[in-house]
Design a protein around this ligand. Structure first.
Ligand SMILES: C[S@@+](CC[C@H](N)C(=O)[O-])C[C@H]1O[C@@H](n2cnc3c(N)ncnc32)[C@H](O)[C@@H]1O
Length: 315
């Protein structure tokens, strides 16, 4: 294990090293390769909180990138009835995790492979869990965004993902934490956003007749903003929200006597949005179907962000 990785972390870091070494001594020695993140286990109460925040259930397929002793996937299978796998470079940890899965009676639903996380196909996941290091999270981020289905949930122990602000974060007590001095853990949660930037078009009533609306969206991760025209007139966007494949929009057009408010919500799939519209004005309100089509695709701004290619602490 590389001592320099723990520089500045003091006694807590060495306690972690001793704990990890003790754990590893229980499995046959072979290659010990931890890539760019050394082995430190997530305390069980933090594992439980991470899976709870992700809302893991029997329909989920959970993948832990850098799975250590397998506790994340084993807990997801045993406590929540989910399926999934973990990958780790360290063969001894993979052997241990498969043994612990068998001991927990979930070997058919929780499997561990010796594999590099960067070379692992994660497209099947509905939930991804990570306990890596800050720069490693940034290195993994493009893979997560490029390969996970929109709507997939990601939970990270202790470290965020830079410019990709979490949808939720919290700090909790972690009395069994083997690193640090405050016995606290942070948990970060994201939902992979659908790509929505570009132009969208639909027809809805405006001033007594059906008119074209055109929405132009800019996107940075799950944050979106844009402009809307209804029948060629500018609308005021009051609310615009994207979460996974769900989009909602509230806007109003003030066209003299015919002020209209639009409340739209729908799901994005295959270049279309399908959902409901509520159109209200001084003549009352109407509930209608909302069907929008993408007329121009623009790659979201976050795709161009350059992550580190290698963690600086290993250079
Ligand atoms: C901090 S530990 C987390 C273990 C476990 N997920 C947990 O939360 O208890 C990080 C793990 O990632 C593994 N790892 C580091 N780089 C990896 C890579 N490129 N591919 C697969 N595993 C890797 C290490 O061997 C280590 O076991």
């Amino acid at each position: 294990m590389n001592r320099t990785l723990f520089a500045g972390k003091g006694a807590g870091a060495w306690r972690a090293y001793v704990l990890a070494a003790a754990l590893l001594a229980a499995v046959p020695a072979s290659s010990e390769d931890y890539g760019d993140t050394p082995y430190v286990q997530t305390p069980q109460n933090v594992v439980d909180k991470m899976l709870e925040i992700a809302g893991v259930g029997p329909r989920d397929y959970v993948i832990d990138l850098g799975s250590g002793d397998g506790r994340m996937i084993i807990t997801a299978a045993k406590k929540y009835g989910a399926r999934g796998f973990g990958v780790d470079l360290d063969k001894r940890l993979v052997v241990l995790a498969n043994k612990l899965a068998a001991k927990a009676g979930v070997a058919d639903r929780a499997v561990f492979y010796q594999r590099d996380l960067y070379k692992t196909d994660i497209s099947r996941a509905t939930v991804v869990t990570i306990y890596l290091l800050p720069e490693v999270n940034l290195m993994v981020r493009p893979k997560l965004l490029a390969t996970l289905k929109p709507g997939t949930r990601i939970v990270s122990h202790d470290y965020d993902m830079g410019e990709w602000t979490p949808d939720l974060s919290l700090v909790l007590d972690a009395p069994d934490k083997p690193v640090g001095r405050d016995f606290k853990s942070k948990v970060f949660y994201w939902v992979v956003p659908a790509k929505v930037s570009g132009k969208w078009r639909w027809r809805l009533p405006a001033a007594g007749k059906s008119e074209d609306s055109e929405l132009t969206l800019n996107q940075m991760f799950q944050k979106i903003d844009g402009t809307l025209t209804v029948g060629g007139r500018g609308a005021r966007i009051e609310e615009l929200k994207l979460s996974g494949t769900s989009i909602s929009l509230a806007a109003s057009v003030n066209d003299g006597e015919a002020a209209l408010r639009y409340e739209l919500s729908g799901r994005i799939a295959n270049g279309r949005i399908e959902g409901q519209a509520r159109v209200s004005g001084n003549r009352g309100a109407q509930q209608l179907a909302w069907k929008a089509t993408r007329t121009e695709f623009i790659e979201p701004a976050h795709t161009a962000l350059k992550p580190p290619s290698y963690p600086s602490y290993q250079q």
